[in-house]
Structures are given as C-alpha cells and as structure tokens.
Design a protein around this ligand. Structure first.
Ligand code: DQA
Length: 155
C-alpha cells in the first residue's frame, strides 16, 4: 500500500470562497487542498486532488485510487452525497481507508441533505467543522492507517 491519499471534491466545491460563505466559510478549495497537502507531506503522505462537477469523473478517480493502491480516499462529494449510488458502488470496491467529509453539518440542514449514500461504505464521516473538517479527516486517515482498521464494504 502506498502513502497516497486521494482527496476528492464534488460539484460546486470549486466555488468555495464565494459560495454561501455563511454556510461554508470563505476559504477557497485551493486553500483547503494546500492545507491538507501540507499536513500530509509533513506525515510522509502525498495528496492527489481531483475536483469535478461531473459524477463520472469522480467515479473514475475512485477507480484510479484503487488501481494505484492508494492508502485512502477522503471525499467531499457535495450534493452527490445525497443521491449518488454510482459513487457508493465505486467506493465499496476501494479496499483502503475511506473518509466522508463535509464543511457544513448536513444533518442540521434541509431534509434532502439528511441522507448519505456514502455513509454505509466509509470508515466514518466528519461534518460541520468547516475548514477543520479536513484537518480531522486527515487525522482519521493517520489513526486508521496505524491501527489497520478494516475497510467497510470490501468482502
Ligand atoms: C457539503 C454539504 C452538501 O450538502 C452540499 O451539497 C455541498 C457541500 C459540505 O461540505 O458541507 O455541496 O458537502
């Protein structure tokens, strides 16, 4: 297994900074990625970041992570979280660490955000801490790496 972490960002996250700052904060996606990458490299990990507004691109990025035998996938799937069965099916087949992350707390928002298709196939979900969510997600990757926790969904 490598030390590569795939950080995946779904639809509209490229608009962070100008997108509903009262909900998501004013940090841009580039700033989140830079911070996540800095923490990762300090711990000897490499980050591959992919952002797309298209579901299939994210499915293919998950396939790529599996083919590359990546250590972990940290995914903020944006609104796809709430209805994408193809992302869920792709994640099932990834044998490494899987962390779902959200800046806001979807459970404290509209009803349609209360469902996550990903929640049952990830090691865990971190939501509601704004920029700190990414820091906590990274800490979760390190902790799970060091305890060799099983990967949900992989037979
Ligand atoms: C989000 C929450 C989702 O409900 C929303 O559609 C997003 C961002 C978050 O990071 O809080 O695009 O994933």
């Amino acid at each position: 297994m490598s030390n590569v972490i795939f950080l995946l960002s779904g639809p509209n996250l490229d608009e962070l900074g100008v997108r509903e700052p009262a909900v998501y904060g004013d940090t841009t996606l580039s700033q989140h990625v830079a911070r996540f990458s800095a923490r990762s490299s300090a711990a000897g990990c490499t980050v591959v970041h992919r952002q797309s507004n298209f579901e299939g691109d994210l499915v293919e990025a998950i396939h790529e992570a599996r083919q590359d035998e990546a250590l972990a996938i940290v995914i903020n799937a944006g609104a796809l979280t709430h209805y994408s069965w193809s992302l869920r099916d792709a994640l099932v087949n990834f044998p490494g660490i899987k962390i779902e992350v959200h800046l806001s707390n979807p459970l404290a928002r509209e009803d349609f955000r209360h469902v996550s298709t990903l929640a049952s196939v990830v090691n865990g979900s971190i939501a509601g801490f704004r920029a700190l969510s990414y820091d906590l997600a990274f800490e979760a990757v390190l902790a799970l790496r060091d305890t060799s926790a099983p990967s949900p969904g992989v037979a």
